[in-house]
Design a protein around this ligand. Structure first.
Ligand code: ZN
Length: 381
C-alpha cells in the first residue's frame, strides 16, 4: 500500500499499463529485450494534488544507466533561448537589491543557462552528477561540482560553495525519489532573503492538453502548483508565486521563500476524476491510432528516437506496427530502443517515403515542416 510522499495520506491509483524505461538506446537485441518492464501504477493524493510512482528495485539500475550516460537530448532552439532570457529577467527582478547576486543551479546539465547568468553579472555555481559535460563546462568557464547532492555530503558541499541569493533547478524534481528531502537540501543553500525557483512539468497541463508522452516512469513525481503549498509548509517556506510556462509541452515555474505566506494567485486544484478521464482518453487514442495503422496494411517507419517517442510507442502499444525508427542523433553502436526489437536508423541518408509516425512530440511543428511534402505524416499527439 502506497502513501502520499508529501502528507503520508491515502492515495488513489490508476494503472496506465506497462512499459520499459525509456530515454537510452541498446547496442544489441539481447540487451534490448532483457530490459525490465515496469507497471505504471500512478498514485494520486487528492489532498495534495500530487501524483507519483513508487520506485521499484528493478528500476534502479536502469535509471542509473539512463542518468550516468546523460546527454542533452534537445537542441537549444531560438524558443529555448528566448525562454532562458525571460527566466534571467525573472531572477533579476528577485535580486535587484543585491549588487552581485550568487546563484546556484542544481542539475545544471551542459551549463548553457548558467553561463548566460554569468554574462548577466551573476556569480554562478552548478551541481551536476553526469560525467559527460566536463569539457563543455570548462569551455563555458563555469564552475560545476561534478557529483550527486545527498544528505550525507551536504555539509561538505555547502562549506565548499557557500550560500546563495537564488537556488534553482529545472526539470529535476520529477526524477527524484524523495522530492521533499531534495527540496529541503536545496533550500539550505539559501541566504535568509533568498529565493528557491523550481521548474517542473505541470500535471494540470499534461491532463488538460492530453500530453500522453509525459506519462513515463523516469518521471517519478507529477506536480501541480497546489502541491507546492503543503511541500513549502513542510519545509518552513512559503509559495511566493507560480505560473504556467511553455516549456516541454507545459511546465510550472514556482518561487519559494522563507517569508512568503500566500501566493499571488491561488493554484487550481485537480481531482482523481481528471486522472481517470485522462486514462480513458489514452485508451481511446490507442484504439484510433491502431485503426488508422491497420488501414495502411503494412508496417510504417517512425521519426524520433528520443524518450518521449519511446513513451508513446509503449503507452499506445505501437511496436507491432513499426518497421524502423529514423533519427538525426543515432550514434555508432545504438541499434535498438530498450525493450523492443525496433531497429534504429540514422536519417543522414534520408528517410524512405511513405507513411511516417511522428515520434518527436516536442518538435511537432519542425517535423511537420520537414516531412509534410514528402511523407504521409501521422501525428500521435
Ligand atoms: Zn498528500
Amino acid at each position: 500500500m502506497s502513501e502520499c510522499k508529501i502528507c503520508s495520506g491515502d492515495v488513489q491509483t490508476v494503472h496506465f499499463g506497462e512499459s520499459p524505461i525509456a530515454g537510452y538506446r541498446c547496442a544489441d537485441l539481447q540487451d534490448s529485450l532483457s530490459q525490465p518492464t515496469i507497471p505504471l501504477n500512478f498514485h494520486f493524493c487528492p489532498t495534495c494534488h500530487f501524483g507519483f510512482y513508487t520506485l521499484l528495485d528493478e528500476a534502479r539500475p536502469v535509471l542509473d544507466r539512463l542518468y550516468s550516460n546523460h546527454f542533452p537530448t534537445y537542441h537549444v532552439t531560438q524558443e529555448i533561448e528566448n525562454y532562458h532570457d525571460s527566466f534571467i529577467q525573472k531572477v533579476k527582478g528577485l535580486t535587484e537589491a543585491t549588487a552581485q547576486p550568487r546563484i546556484l543551479e542544481i542539475g545544471c546539465n551542459s551549463g548553457h543557462l548558467l553561463a548566460k547568468f554569468a554574462k548577466n553579472g551573476f556569480e554562478c555555481r552548478g551541481i551536476e552528477p553526469a560525467k559527460t559535460f566536463k569539457d563543455v563546462w570548462s569551455e563555458l568557464g563555469i564552475q560545476v561540482l561534478n557529483e550527486y547532492l545527498t544528505a550525507t555530503n551536504f555539509d561538505d558541499v555547502v562549506q565548499r560553495i557557500g550560500k546563495f541569493d537564488v537556488v534553482y533547478f529545472r526539470h529535476v524534481l520529477e526524477h527524484i525519489e524523495d522530492p521533499i528531502q531534495f527540496t529541503e537540501l536545496a533550500a539550505k543553500f539559501l541566504t535568509p532573503e533568498g529565493s528557491l525557483i523550481i521548474e517542473v512539468p505541470s500535471l494540470e497541463l499534461i491532463l488538460e492538453r492530453e500530453r500522453y508522452e509525459n506519462v513515463s516512469y523516469s518521471h517519478l513525481n507529477y506536480f501541480t502548483a497546489a502541491a507546492f503549498q503543503p511541500i513549502a509548509a513542510k519545509l518552513g517556506l512559503g509559495l511566493k508565486e507560480w505560473s504556467f510556462v511553455e516549456m516541454d509541452g507545459g511546465a510550472l515555474l514556482l518561487v519559494l521563500t522563507r517569508k512568503a505566506s500566500e501566493p499571488t494567485k491561488l493554484p487550481r486544484t485537480i481531482s482523481f476524476q481528471h486522472i481517470t478521464e485522462f486514462k480513458a482518453g489514452l485508451d481511446a487514442r490507442r484504439e484510433n491510432v491502431h485503426a488508422k495503422l491497420r488501414r495502411l496494411g503494412a508496417k510504417v517507419n517512425g521519426f524520433g528516437a528520443g524518450a518521449k517517442g519511446q513513451h508513446l510507442i509503449h503507452l499506445l502499444n505501437l511496436e507491432e506496427f513499426i518497421a524502423n525508427i529514423y533519427d538525426d542523433t543515432i550514434k555508432l553502436g545504438e541499434k535498438y530502443l530498450p525493450g523492443t526489437s525496433i531497429e534504429l536508423k540514422s536519417s543522414s541518408a534520408g528517410v524512405p517515403p511513405g507513411a511516417l509516425l511522428n515520434l518527436a512530440p516536442s518538435h511537432i511543428a519542425q517535423i511537420r515542416r520537414r516531412f509534410e511534402s514528402t511523407h504521409q505524416l501521422i501525428d500521435l499527439i
